[in-house]
Each structure stands twice: as structure tokens, then as C-alpha cells.
Design a protein around this ligand. Sequence first.
Ligand SMILES: Nc1ncnc2c1ncn2[C@@H]1O[C@H](COP(=O)(O)OP(=O)(O)OP(=O)(O)O)[C@@H](O)[C@H]1O
Length: 626
Amino acid sequence: MDENLEEIRKNNVLNLPQRPAVEIEFQDLTYTVPQGRKGSKLILRSISGKFRSGQLTAILGPSGSGKSTLLNILAGYKCREATGTILINGEPRNLKEFREIARYIMQEDLIQPLLSVDEAMMIAANLKLGKHISVEDKSKIILDILELLRLSNTRNTHTNKLSGGERKRLSIALELLNNPPVLFLDEPTTGLDDLSCSQCVSLLKQLAAGGRTVICSIHTPSAKLFSMFDKVYVISSGQCTYQGYGPEAVPYLSTLGITCPTHYNPADFIMEVCSGEYGDCQDKMVSAIDNGRNEFIKDSVVPLFESTSSSQKMEIFEIVSSKEGKNSSWDQFKILLMRMWVQMWRNKSYLLLKVVLHIILGLLIGNLYIGIGEDGSKTIFNFGFFFTCVIFFMYIPMMPVLLSFPLEIQYLKREHFNQWYSIGSYFCALTVSTLPVQMILGSLYLSMVYIFSYQPLEIERIVPFFAICFLTSIISESFGLLISSTLNLLNGMFVGPVMMVPFIVFSAYGFGEGYASIPILIKIMMRFSYLRYSFEALVLVMLRGRKLQCPEEEEFCIFTDLDEFIEIMAMNNSVIWVDIVALIIFLVLVRSASFYLLRQRLTPNKTFMALQYIGRFIKTRMSEGR
Ligand SMILES: Nc1ncnc2c1ncn2[C@@H]1O[C@H](COP(=O)(O)OP(=O)(O)OP(=O)(O)O)[C@@H](O)[C@H]1O
């Protein structure tokens, strides 16, 4: 094994520069989750351990033993409730610095859809490697990585068409681009066949041999796979039961009087021992290895934490502080915007569906209100037409966001956690990316209903009419983002439409009645309905200063003087520009709030954490009450 490893080491996988060694130690790590009135649940119980660079370490254990939890805490993905010490090369971990050098490949392969493997790799390279590396060099790095991961023949395949194993390898490839010294992988072999499993593990071993610290959690590996790990760390019920070289585990257990049957998979045996199938051996194993403070090396148990090295600290810090691989926010914005546009364009069926729906609704609504715009007997219907426009531009942009953004957040979480880009760049790209389609489809719909309903063909009315509808549309989309930044798909789909009800109610409340009789509280609420400003502005823009004719056959025709109609509707004191400014303020506020909530969801501050605790507390109390 060692000769093989030396060979790999000499070749230095991927020809990437050697990274300084990163050693991860953890001592007395405890993780508790609150469980309402029942107190709390202890998931990790004061465990310790040490993971070295150049080694492939497997975290093993029965289901529910705490493998993913340990990985999450070590990677810094979830560590708020954890107590204990985590040291990086002998120094307390600075999470911000550590996240610069460590990458976490989560169990779910969240890979951006509608891109080929090559494109996904190039976009990731552009985001992670910065401009100082030429496109040719980036292509060379990508080629090397794809070759190493046996993905060369899938370069033109779309990511959503890849097999499970290929997706897993692509997830690893994407994170290898900037040569991270530390790699965490949560169950990288789940769902793979035996051959793919051993290929995946031998790849990880090569990466570790190149000087990286590679740590993965794994479910019941085969005997062959088990022997491939440089180190296995076994957890059972949140405690460490073995730490050392895999093939030495069985001899070690026999020293404790636990004998493995002949021709038995040692990994299965350890799992069974940990699950209590050979009697209650857990306490014996935990105390023999001192809950991870000891390690079994070459026939003896040795203490782990006697000497710590801090010599590498400086080197790591240099990587962290260097601008290597850093892109400006503007560059990140451009790359992300292009990615979003490419994905949008490639989602042809969805685009087509949207176009068809806008045309159908345009035809339907246009026909419902045909000819009303210049008919003095239909002024009240025209009033209703403006309300329809407002409702259209409230629901149509908001619903797709409520449906798609919760999944998008999962991609964002992975990419942002692995330092691909800042949330600000992402949010700006997201804001700009939807504008063209929204404008084009909105214009298509508006042109149809405008012409069908015989609205005045005057440029000074057409432009503000379109602008007000677009503003309403962008605010509604922002509300969608605001809701789905905080809630999951199910809750968001319920809360979104329900939350719009008061906006709709207050948008038309009190027209024709005059403000004097309206209670002050209702008046305040009316001021908070952005739809009211849209509706009012549309009415003023389209009706003010116009006089209509009555058709001869029509007997009931009283609203021909539209200024008079505006007065009857109690809108004569309203000013269009005030409405438009109010809409712009709404837009800025709601967008900023959705950005804030999104940022808090990914990197919460103390206030937000306190709110989350309160929310969780209320939730557990409520679920107990049932
Ligand atoms: N937020 C939480 N609230 C309550 N229990 C939790 C929470 N997070 C984890 N647990 C529990 O902690 C235990 C360890 O979970 P973890 O996901 O780390 O296990 P695992 O070893 O990775 O399991 P598997 O191999 O099945 O994925 C489980 O019993 C799980 O139910």
C-alpha cells in the first residue's frame, strides 16, 4: 500500500500545487439539540479525535449514530449548538478562515441543471479561480480533473442526464477546482454500485495522497472498501468506539475479547458490535479508546493529544489571506447572470408555456373588456379592467418564485458555503436575470389587452401604463422572494397568496366613498397596500383629462366626463407621481428585506439566531400541545 501511495504522491494528483498540511483535532465535542419540554437530545457525547493530512479518513457507524452531525460540525456547516474544542494544526479553529480552505460535498448532489459538465466546470472555474488564470489554463485544469474523475466522456452531457455515480464525481470535481487542502464528503458512496464505490474511494485516496485531508462518512462498506481507508473513525450512539487503521480493527477488538467470525466482513462486524449484537460492548470500546482520545496504531493504543504542531499555521493563513482565486463582486455578478440566462433559455418548455399562457390570458381578458376604453357607458368596466391588470401583475410574477426559489436556495446554500460567490452578487444577478423575460412577456400581454380594450393610443399614457404594471410585477416578485427566503415550499405556497389578500382588499377599499368616513386604522392599512398605489396610478394615467362619447343605443351612460368620474371615486386629490414614488419605495424596501432575510438564512446574525430559537421553541410547544 505504501509504495502505491508514494507513487501517487510523487505524481501529485492533478499537477496542482502542494497545499500545506492541515491537521484537524477535536476534543470533548458535544452536540445537543433542544427537544421542547422533554429537555434536549444528546447527539455527540464528548468525543475526540484527530484527522491528518495525506490520509483518507472514513467516519463509520450505525444509522443515526451521529456521523453526519460530526461531519457538519467539523466542516463548520452546523456548529452553533456544539461545544468542545476544534483545533486546526494545533490552533483553535477560526471558522471564517477555515471555510476558505475546506470544502464540503453534501450527500444530496445539488448540481445546477441545464448545463453541460464542461459548462458547469467552466462556470465554477470562472467563479473560483478568478481572472488571473487564463481560459486556456482553466480548460487544462478542468480537463485534468475530469480525466482523474473519469468524466471526460460526459463533457457534453447535461448535468441532469448524468448517472448517480457521475453526479457524485461531478460534485467532487467542482470542489476540486481550487485545490482545497481539506475535503469533507457526506456519504459519497451512497447509491453507487460496488465498482463505482471502490472507484470513488480510490479517487478520494489519491486526493488524500496528494497532501489533502479527506474525511468522509460512509455506510457499511465492503471488506475491500474498508481496507482502502487510511483511517477509520467509528461512532456509536454519539461516542467513539474505534479510531485507527481499518484492517487493524478486528485484531484490536479481539484484544477486548470481541472476536470476529472467520470470513466475515470486518466493517459489518464492527457495525454489528456497535449495534449491540455481540452484547453490550460499547462502554468497553469507548473507554479502551478513551472516546477518541486514543488511537490504535500497530498493535497498541496510543494517546493522541500529546504533541501539537503549530508550524503550519502561518502557511495556511497565507493561503487564506492571499487573493488567490478571488473574484470581484462585479465579476461574480456577470458570471452568475450569464449562468441564469443560459439556464432560463435552455428551459424551453417552461418559456414556451409562459408565452402561451400570456397569449391565452391576453386574448381572454382582452375579449372580456373589448372596446370599453372609449365607450362612455362602460367607464365602470374600464375601472374594473385596471383592477384586473393590477391583479394579473400581482399573481403571475409571484407564483413561480414561490415554487422555484426554495429549491434554488439549496443550490445557493451549497455554493455559498463552499465560497463560490457572495450572497450580494447572487442576489443582484437574480434581480436582473428575471427582468427581460418579465418585460417581454408583460409587454406581450399588455399590448394585447391595451389594443383589445381600445385604450387611448397616446404615448404619454401608454408609457406610464406599462411602467406602472412592470413596477407592480417586480414588487410582487420581490414579495415572492421575501416569502420563499424564509419559508419552505409548502408554507410559502400557502402564505404567499394568503398574504396578498389584505393587499387586494385595501387596494380598492373606500373608492367612491371618500376618505373622511374611513377609520384611521383602515386608512393606515390602505397606505400599506402597494396594489392601491398601482391601481390609483393606472386610473389617473388612463382616465384623467378625457371625455368619452355615449353610444346612441345606450340609455344608461353617465360617466362620460372622466375627470368627474375620478372625483366621484375620490381620487381627484391623488397625484400620479406620488403613487409612482410610493411604488418605487415599496420595491426598494421589499427587495432589501428579501435580501436581508436570505442573508440571515445563510449566515444568521445574533438577533436572527435569537428569533430562530424563539420560533423553534414555539414550534416544539405547539407540536407537544397536539
Ligand atoms: N435537529 C435535530 N433534532 C432532533 N434530532 C436530531 C437532529 N439532528 C440530528 N438528530 C438525530 O441525531 C442522530 C444522529 O443524526 P445523524 O444524521 O448525524 O446520523 P447519521 O449517523 O449520519 O445517520 P445516517 O447514517 O442514517 O445518515 C439521529 O438520531 C437523528 O435523528
